[in-house]
Design a protein around this ligand. Structure first.
Ligand code: FES
Length: 337
């Protein structure tokens, strides 16, 4: 953790771990606009606090990164503005950032205030400034506060606080985004009779019209992506030439490279099978009994309808390690005891 003096807001936030944040999100979910209900949860899976703390505590972070097979860009400080472009609320980021900075410069958070109440306070301020409904700013307000907790006040203030979506996509209403996600691809009046050549649209960036591909009915999402031969390795070094925009290695639920978050259509993906369920907690991505969770391995999840997913900018194998840290049996924990 940083040795710099923490603001009262950071002191308050640092009393909360990933589990406390998860509980807070559950409390807030009914108040979050549907357009961002999944996205907010996905973001919190993409940037776990415990992983950051493990790196901050490590004597040799580069060695730890090797041990955890980390690939891509996992530090939130390197992508403070870009990490949440997949939230509809990203367009209110400048206002949310201002509200968080203002709160961070204020006095102690009164005893008894809950994290959910603090999130709502930031969301209310941002919504009032932009004259939008608060339901649209709650998800991004939670993101803003967790971001402050992870990077500290100084770094947080320094981030440009930019909106990174083009003007045309910025203009879309939440209803338009939801309609687009729910677009029925029944493929004609007698579509249900055609099974062999059915194809589903998989969108992997809702802010760019060319970032989508077709998957055959019941085809693994990552296999559908393979048909896109554009040079995605130039955008994401984890991608392999001619393998599409989703980074993949094993295609057999062993490496964890291909994980994605589901923004829309989670129910249109096949249920998790035992292998995906077994490895997800080992990777550290998600631990859930939900047969259709919001975090999936795209080499396992099969498309049975249109879906909207988001590709995280990194992957790793850290669940086992964090468990050892929690239990005090990691090398680092043993060395410091
Ligand atoms: S490609 Fe290895 S787990 Fe999916």
């Amino acid at each position: 953790m940083s040795s710099k003096r923490e603001s009262p807001l950071e002191v308050f936030l640092n009393r909360h771990d990933d589990a406390a944040w998860r509980e807070t999100l559950v409390t807030l979910l009914p108040a979050i606009h549907e357009v961002d209900r999944n996205a907010a949860q996905v973001w919190f899976h993409f940037y776990p606090l415990a992983l950051l703390r493990a790196f901050q505590a490590a004597e040799d972070p580069a060695r730890l990164a090797q041990e955890l097979l980390m690939q891509g860009s996992w530090y939130l400080k390197d992508q403070l503005d870009a990490s949440h472009t997949f939230l509809y609320g990203h367009r209110f980021w400048p206002e949310v950032k201002r509200a968080v900075v203002q709160l961070a410069g204020g006095v102690e958070i009164p005893n008894g205030r809950t994290l959910a109440e603090v999130v709502r306070e930031v969301a209310r301020a941002a919504a009032a400034e932009r004259k939008v409904d608060e339901s649209l700013t709650i998800g991004i307000a939670a993101v803003g506060l967790m971001a402050l907790q992870q990077v500290g006040s100084e770094e947080f203030r320094r981030a440009p606080g930019e909106v990174l979506i083009d003007r045309r996509h910025l203009k879309r209403t939440p209803e338009e985004v939801l309609r687009e996600r729910a677009k029925d691809e029944g493929q004609g009046l007698f579509g249900f009779l055609r099974t062999a050549d059915r194809r589903w649209t998989v969108v992997w960036d809702e802010n760019a019209d060319d970032r989508r591909f077709k998957a055959l009915d019941k085809q693994e999402v990552a296999s559908g992506a393979q048909a896109d031969k554009r040079p995605w390795h130039e955008t994401d070094a984890r991608c392999t030439v001619n393998e599409g925009p989703i980074p993949v290695q094993c295609r057999s639920a062993s490496c964890g490279t291909c994980w994605v978050g589901v923004l829309g259509g989670a129910d249109k993906l096949s249920e998790t099978e035992w292998r995906e369920r077994k490895v997800m907690p080992l990777f550290g991505y998600v631990e859930t009994d939900d047969p259709k969770p919001l975090i999936r391995l795209s080499c396992q999840a099969r498309a049975e309808g249109p879906v909207s997913v988001v590709i995280p900018p990194w992957n790793g194998y850290f669940g086992k390690y964090l468990k050892r840290v929690r239990e005090g049996t990691s090398e680092e924990a043993v060395a410091s005891s």
